[in-house]
Design a protein around this ligand. Structure first.
Ligand SMILES: C=C(O[C@@H]1C=C(C(=O)O)C=C[C@H]1O)C(=O)O
Length: 162
């Protein structure tokens, strides 16, 4: 497979895994009566991803709207789990993960996402056909079409360092 195909596939798998992790984040927060939004954590995600973006050859400022879009979608997904669990309590058949563990997984996905974006930009950037492919490959419970459009809209503004 071409570099470009591999980049799209690793980008969408890592984004999907990040969104799948939101079930465990929401579960932890619901059990501990914590709010969905955590601005301290968001600031630390923005700082860390800016550094990782630059290490991957990306323009740090150009990735910030995309990272914020991923966090906004992450919160939307969590709110939808909270809403679902008001009438349909969660099944606790799976192992409960600590928030630290889930956040370590999220940080790992962010690094993979930035590296895949950098590869894709090196291979020529995001074309219209790539956007539709990404739209169809992005899949997670409680992810809406509007979420996907917002993610892709900010993704295409990411630039490499000149
Ligand atoms: C995922 C979390 O929930 C929210 C979304 C975040 C993210 O997508 O990285 C960060 C902080 C929270 O506002 C979290 O608290 O870790």
């Amino acid at each position: 497979a071409s570099v470009s195909t591999v980049a799209i596939s690793s980008l969408t798998s890592a984004m999907n895994q990040r969104m799948l992790d939101m079930k465990d984040v929401a579960d932890y927060k619901a059990a501990h009566h914590l709010p969905v939004e955590d601005m301290i954590r968001e600031q630390s995600v923005l700082t860390r991803t800016r550094e990782e973006a630059e290490e991957a050859g990306l323009d740090g400022s150009s990735v910030q709207p995309f990272i914020q879009a991923q966090m906004d979608v992450a919160k939307a997904i969590q709110y939808r789990y909270f809403a679902q669990w008001l009438s349909q309590p969660p099944d606790h058949t799976g192992t409960q993960r600590s928030l630290d563990d889930v956040r370590a997984s999220i940080s790992l996905q962010d690094k993979k996402i930035l590296e895949a974006i950098s590869q894709k930009l090196l291979a020529g950037g995001f074309r219209e056909s790539d956007k539709s492919e990404i739209f169809s490959l992005l899949q997670a419970p409680h992810l809406t079409d509007a979420d996907k459009k917002m993610l892709i809209g900010s993704l295409v503004h990411v630039r490499r360092i000149k």
